[in-house]
Design a protein around this ligand. Structure first.
Ligand SMILES: NC(=O)c1ccc[n+]([C@@H]2O[C@H](COP(=O)([O-])OP(=O)(O)OC[C@H]3O[C@@H](n4cnc5c(N)ncnc54)[C@H](O)[C@@H]3O)[C@@H](O)[C@H]2O)c1
Ligand SMILES: [Zn+2]
Length: 350
């Protein structure tokens, strides 16, 4: 078992525990916070949530279980409203604890509820997808979808995130592939050992304890260094400027869209910094089973419009995370010619 700690200055604000068979750790951590716990889950994680609730009850805690709609449908204001009512009926106070058990969608909505119910109650997450374990559960961003994805959210750190490798080992293939996209993203910007692990082994056979610990270590270091999101944290968006636009335009999954976004950012990097790792990136995506091109008829103008409305756009124009070389990211304003190169590389030509 390994602990990672996010600091704000010198003060620990959030802990990430990566290990196996974490049930008693979860129960003991909850005992230290409150006597009353709400366990939020989704149909896919309900059984696991109930096991956690049983463990909590066995140490004397009063528990309320609530199941949300599956996947992204949980990130909805009506669902949040329902949860507020469940907490209110259970007479939840500001001292009581909310534990979210699920993937990134579930942890995003759990954090949103924890940050807003009674102006803030403590939260813990149990990350049950690889993507949540390596990325979504860490860093304090929460969100629900209004017209746009994550249009409403609050910054709030869970006290503890638990990532149980025994659970991640049982994930279906497609969820291991989704999570691999964010793990290798973390690798390309900061830790090539993650990339090498995926290069050396099949995506279903890779050592997830190693992958999660390495990825978490990078994200924790970047978030600690840039706690208030002034700059460096932007490197975590490698592949996301084009990726988000493709995700919205195509309805493709986040991991697939981000893989295409990294191919695109790789081409832009080549044009701007002379980066020459594009071939290695694309080869790895092929091996993992992630796409490297858009193969449906998405309109390039729509992708451009979505990129232009991207939240990361600032007054100096469109910015992208580029690589000088693997492990050396830079955030750069890009001109139109570079954007054209980036889109062209993934099959988005006018
Ligand atoms: N807050 C952040 O910093 C951040 C970062 C990245 C992504 N996100 C968010 O994370 C979400 C994506 O996360 P995700 O990829 O985990 O998707 P997800 O949460 O939608 O989970 C994908 C599917 O897997 C199911 N699932 C969860 N655990 C499972 C398990 N152990 N076994 C089988 N099925 C399981 C879910 O029910 C869902 O159907 C998006 O909403 C995205 O916006 C947030
Ligand atoms: Zn992402």
């Amino acid at each position: 078992m390994r602990r990672h700690v996010i600091l704000e200055g010198d003060i620990p604000v959030s802990e990430i525990i990566v290990g196996r068979s974490l049930m008693s750790e979860i129960a003991q951590a909850a005992v230290g916070v409150s006597t009353r716990v709400a366990v939020l889950s989704q149909p896919s994680t309900k059984a696991y949530g109930e096991m956690i609730a049983t463990a909590l009850q066995s140490v004397g805690l009063n528990t309320t279980c609530h199941t949300l709609p599956d996947g992204e449908a949980a990130k909805d204001l009506a669902v949040v409203h329902d949860i507020y009512r469940v907490l209110n009926r259970a007479a939840f106070t500001r001292e009581d604890l909310v534990i979210g058990v699920g993937g990134g969608a579930l942890t995003d909505v759990t954090g949103f509820v924890a940050g807003t119910y009674l102006r803030g109650v403590p939260a813990m997450y149990v990350a049950t997808t690889l993507l949540a374990a390596v990325d979504a559960s860490i860093g304090g961003k929460t969100g629900i979808n209004v017209d746009g994805k994550n249009l409403a959210g609050v910054f709030v750190h869970p006290q503890i995130v638990f990532s149980d490798i025994d659970v991640l080992d049982t994930l279906p293939h497609h969820l291991k592939v989704q999570g691999a996209a964010e793990a290798v993203k973390t690798g390309f910007i900061e830790d090539m050992e993650i990339v090498q692990a995926y290069e050396a082994t099949a995506v279903d056979a890779v050592d997830l304890e190693f992958i999660v610990n390495r990825s978490v270590a990078v994200k924790v270091a970047v978030v600690t260094e840039d706690f208030t999101e002034q700059g460096r944290r932007a490197i975590l968006n490698y592949g996301h400027t084009v990726g988000h636009a493709i995700e919205t335009a195509s309805g493709m999954s986040h991991g697939e869209a981000v893989a295409i976004g990294m191919v695109s950012a790789g081409a832009a990097s080549h044009a701007v910094t002379g980066f020459n790792g594009e071939g290695r990136q694309s080869e790895l995506f092929g091996k993992i089973g992630l796409p490297t091109r858009v193969d449906q008829s998405i309109e390039v103008d729509r992708v451009r419009a979505l990129m232009a409305s991207d939240k990361k756009r600032d007054t100096s124009g469109l910015r992208m995370v580029l690589l000088k070389e693997f492990g050396v990211p830079v955030v750069e304003a890009v001109d139109d010619a570079t954007v054209r190169v980036a889109l062209d590389a993934v099959g988005l030509s006018p």
